[in-house]
Design a protein around this ligand. Structure first.
Ligand code: COA
Length: 172
């Protein structure tokens, strides 16, 4: 399964992506707005762990963002279960070298469409930490709407922050 964008490809993570993954992920400007499970520094062991975890994923929910043959970022949906199984969370990051070229706005649209087509979802949500105006803009450009702000719900690098909740619905 591959999804094609303008100047990039979304495909499953595969062995051989570790070096480029580590190179692009090892950046405090990337990890600053991601969950703590995305570490900084990002070591080659972290890359090996990630690829091993997702390389044979069935169904496919985590995509590598591939530019000129190199895995430069990631995007995926985390499917919720039980009574929340109609809902999922989208998450994404891109190596700084490729920022501000419109890539993520398109990637979020592609993965949102993929997720609604392949899983019994009604809703997809995203939680954006305070000050991440780039990510808020990405979501808005992909059709997500801000639902509210979970005040002081995140602590990142000792700073307490708000989380801005966005969502899109299948019928939108
Ligand atoms: C957030 C991120 C994914 C944006 O990716 P991108 O490919 O650069 O985004 P796009 O080029 O599609 O830009 C989308 C919009 O955001 C704006 N934008 C991008 N970077 C910006 C920045 N640093 N500051 C302000 N606006 C920014 C763009 O101008 C564009 O808006 P416009 O079309 O109205 O001009 C990328 O910066 C990143 O990976 N950041 C670190 C990880 C992260 O924050 N992930 C999301 C967690 S919720």
């Amino acid at each position: 399964m591959e999804l094609s964008g303008n100047g990039f490809l979304l495909r499953a993570w595969q062995p051989g992506d570790e070096i480029s993954l580590q190179k692009h992920a090892d950046n405090p400007k990337v990890s600053a707005f991601l969950r703590d499970r995305f570490p900084y520094p990002y070591t080659i062991d972290d890359a090996l762990f990630w690829i091993k975890l997702v390389k044979d994923q069935q169904p496919l929910t985590s995509f590598a963002i591939v530019i000129n043959g190199e895995a430069c970022g990631g995007i995926g949906v985390e499917l919720f279960n039980a009574e929340s199984r109609i809902n999922a969370e989208i998450g994404y990051w891109l190596g700084e070298a490729h920022w501000r070229k419109g890539l993520m706005s398109e990637a979020v649209k592609l993965v949102t469409k993929y997720a609604f087509e392949h899983f019994p979802l009604i809703r997809i949500e995203a939680g954006v930490y305070d000050k991440n105006t780039a990510s808020m803009r990405v979501l808005e450009k992909a059709g997500y709407v801000k639902e509210g702000v979970l005040r002081k719900s995140i602590i990142k690098d000792a700073e307490v922050m708000d989380k801005h909740m966005y969502a899109i619905f299948k019928e939108d």
